[in-house]
Write a protein that binds this ligand. Structure first.
Ligand code: NDP
Length: 265
């Protein structure tokens, strides 16, 4: 099991109440960091908090309801983190979800919504936490992005285009923030078992098919070379690497977490 002493670190995870974000919060807590997480649904957030406090009774943990697309709510979250922990060293921009739609069936409203989600879920938290990160001396921003940024899928046309755009934005932020002592990187994930896939599994047509069989068939259909979906913990480990001094000489880069789904070199 990966461990690392982060008692002097505060990590902020957007979308920390489920899936990859929750696994990331767990990893930082295990290493002794203070963790602040947000999500929109209060009940889900409270459940995540209870679960983490059960696992880490001594945890320095803040769970704050906040929609990353509401600028004032994000600013309020940053103020609470500062009041509670005095600053922030790591920002994990993770909140979000994908959109399944082809060019033919994506309306103007759907395009606007998707572009707004993908861009502003990075812009608002990064802007709000920037003053805190600047004071850190070891700051890192890690953005959870998708392999779709480099390898688009026609059935997720708007998400793919938006992911390519944000990958470009992430590179520019790395350039602008390097003199401020802030590293900026991303992970590019393929298919990771979490809320999104759980929801699609629950909506499957043939209810006699179980989770293991359904995900194995999905991995085969997609051509995932490792033959399975990724675990949220596997994405979290890459986030942890990019968020901590383990990657102190890496900025403007990305780590592939796609199980060999990526076809480019
Ligand atoms: P989950 O659905 O398990 O978790 C998503 C988290 O984000 C939840 O905590 C959710 O809480 C939160 N969230 C969503 N929208 C907002 C919002 N507007 N403001 C604040 N919080 C929000 O999904 P994953 O763990 O799979 O997803 C994590 C990230 O990885 C997402 O950005 C997703 O698009 C990306 N990704 C995932 C892939 C996968 O295969 N799993 C593939 C490619 C990318 P709540 O709903 O209560 O707000």
């Amino acid at each position: 099991m990966l461990t690392f002493d982060l008692h002097d670190t505060t990590a902020v995870v957007t979308g920390g109440s489920s899936g990859i974000g929750l696994a990331t919060a767990r990893l930082f807590l295990r290493a002794g960091a203070a963790v602040a997480l947000c999500g929109r649904d209060e009940a889900r957030l409270q459940a995540a908090q209870r679960q983490l406090l059960e696992e880490f009774p001594q945890a320095r943990l803040l769970a704050h309801a906040c929609d990353v697309l509401q600028r004032e709510q994000v600013e309020g979250f940053a103020r609470r983190v500062e009041e509670r922990f005095g600053g922030a060293d790591v920002l994990v921009n993770n909140a979000g979800q994908g959109r399944v739609s082809t060019f033919a069936d994506t309306s103007d409203e759907a395009w606007t919504e998707e572009l707004r989600l993908k861009f502003f879920s990075l812009v608002y938290p990064t802007r709000a936490f920037l003053p805190l990160l600047q004071r850190s001396g070891k700051a890192a921003v890690v953005c959870v992005n998708s392999l779709l940024a480099l390898q688009p899928e026609a059935h997720m046309v708007a998400t793919s285009a938006a992911r390519a755009g944000t990958q470009n934005l992430i590179r520019s932020m790395a350039t602008e923030f390097a003199p401020l002592g802030i590293r900026v990187n991303s992970i590019l994930i393929g298919l990771v078992e979490s809320g999104q896939w759980q929801r699609r599994f629950e909506a499957r047509e043939d209810k006699s098919v179980g989770w293991a069989q359904w995900t194995a068939a999905l991995a085969a259909r997609k051509g995932i070379q490792l033959g399975r979906l990724g675990k949220p913990e596997e994405a979290a480990q890459a986030i942890f690497f990019l968020g901590t001094p383990l990657s102190s000489y890496t900025t403007g880069g990305h780590v592939d977490v796609s199980g060999g789904l990526a076809r480019h070199i």
